[in-house]
Design a protein around this ligand. Structure first.
Ligand code: NAD
Length: 279
């Protein structure tokens, strides 16, 4: 078991969040997600990232229930989907997610997308604040929020988001957003940290991987952590789940960090949150 895999960052309310978690986007509910989450928990992962729209919360909950890991050691994240923006809708969606997960509290609840076409993310945020005040979730945050969305939330909130989970990888390192989040104590979290597999042949990463005798996936995950970004690589293969956790026995030099930082092209792989309005 990789002990350091349980090392954490401390959110601005004191809650501790693991640097590395397992993402389960596009992992099928049932056997596939149950076996993936179990494989992760067995090698020492304690953080799992799901979402209502992934339609696999039940399987995540089953794997947790069947594992021997005490609940207080786990850090479970899910997200309110776009169709459920609005105060009452979000409270109801939270209950559904919690029930599917079979949990009586959540560690982190995120607004999945700002959904500007509906203009309801402030209302949605108020619902998250209510859930937080009621002790039903230990931390609340957002996902895919740009600086102007965050400014809007900060101007209208009681609780500053604890986390912002965004697309983040060597081709898109969001330096301005990252600086803004740091300034406000918001922990940045990387989704699609491995660019869904699109970076493994990148020559600079291959060269660095050879130098450290690590895989390119491990180099990217280590780069996230050294940049102070929480990361949630996805895999359903036990050997890769284990491999992605073995990133605590080496350190990238500043020179190599800079080389990877320089791979940034400011190119998103997925939609700009200002234009993403799917419900
Ligand atoms: P990812 O960047 O983590 O890439 C995953 C893919 O990389 C796998 O399917 C596999 O093909 C490959 N891979 C993983 N480990 C490997 C290894 N060691 N060697 C070789 N190949 C390997 O992609 P992702 O799933 O899109 O992102 C990770 C998580 O981020 C998701 O599962 C989800 O939890 C979260 N996410 C959130 C949002 C959001 O809008 N908030 C969007 C996308 C993803």
């Amino acid at each position: 078991m990789v002990k350091e895999l349980q090392s954490t960052t401390t959110l601005h309310n004191g809650v501790k969040m693991p640097w590395v978690g397992l993402g389960v986007f596009k992992v099928q509910d049932g056997e596939e997600v149950v076996s993936s989450v179990k494989a992760a928990l067995e090698v020492g992962y304690r953080s799992i990232d799901t979402a209502a729209i992934y339609a696999n919360e039940e399987g995540v909950g089953k794997a947790i229930a069947e594992s021997n890991v005490p609940r207080e050691e786990l850090f479970v994240t899910t997200k309110v989907w776009n169709a459920d923006h609005g105060y009452e809708e979000t409270l109801a969606a939270f209950d559904v997610s919690l029930k599917k997960l079979g949990l009586d509290y959540l560690d982190l609840y995120l607004i999945h997308w700002p959904l500007p076409s509906q203009g309801k993310y402030i209302e949605t945020w108020k619902a998250l604040e209510q859930l937080y005040k009621d002790g039903r979730v230990r931390a609340i945050g957002v996902s895919n929020f740009k600086i102007h969305h965050l400014e809007d939330i900060i101007a209208n909130c009681e609780v500053i988001p604890l986390v912002n989970q965004v697309e983040y990888h060597p081709r898109f390192n969001q330096s301005e957003l990252h600086a803004f989040c740091k300034k406000h104590g918001i922990q940045l979290e990387a989704w699609s940290p491995l660019m869904q597999g699109g970076l493994f042949e990148e020559p600079v990463l291959v060269e660095i991987a050879e130098k450290y005798k690590k895989s390119t996936a491990q180099i990217i995950i280590r780069w996230d952590i050294q940049n102070g970004v929480v990361t949630i690589p996805k895999s359903v293969k036990p050997h890769r789940i284990a491999e992605n956790a073995e990133v605590f026995d080496f350190e990238l030099s500043q020179e190599d960090m800079d080389k990877i930082n320089n791979l940034n092209t400011n190119q998103r792989m997925f939609a700009d949150p200002d234009d993403f309005n799917r419900v």
